[in-house]
Design a protein around this ligand. Sequence first.
Ligand code: FE
Length: 194
Amino acid sequence: MERRDFFRLLTGMTTALGMARTSALVHAQALQPTPSCPDGSEPTPRQTEGPYFKPASPERASLLEPGMAGVKIVVTGVVRLASCQPVPRALIDVWHADDRGDYDNAGYRLRGHQFTDDQGRYRLETIVPGVYPGRTRHFHLKVQAPKGPVLTTQLYFPGEAANASDPIFNRALVLRVRDGAEGKTATFDFALRA
Ligand code: FE
């Protein structure tokens, strides 16, 4: 081998080695320790959309309107990936029945979407949905990380007699509800599949 060829080979090997090291470094930076996830990381179960979803709901965190009947409720929580990482700018689209168990299919009453903040948190202000024949009390939701798949699901209330007879009721989807002076507060954290 000529001396010039030997140097060319050596340079090539050094470059390849450097690239491998850079790639290993990038991997080391991308792999972060899994943060604690006290509620577990089981993905939030999917549920049927039902017959009353309407696309293009208004963007709003409060569905309350003047004169609206019903018990106020504020629902808060975090949207995470199943790996526990919070999801900023996740879409949360909510629709539900009014105090009497009716959906607004002509307009957008009790329908709205919002996006989680930098830490994946959301805050929804609305009323407790009324019940209608065949179903226990529930919210409908679609939750989606940016460019991720859509999770269609429902949330339920604790202590409802009709939970036992609703065929799709799922206890993994029950809100933690507390009574307060100004109405109810509730929490629920979502875990999305990647
Ligand atoms: Fe429904």
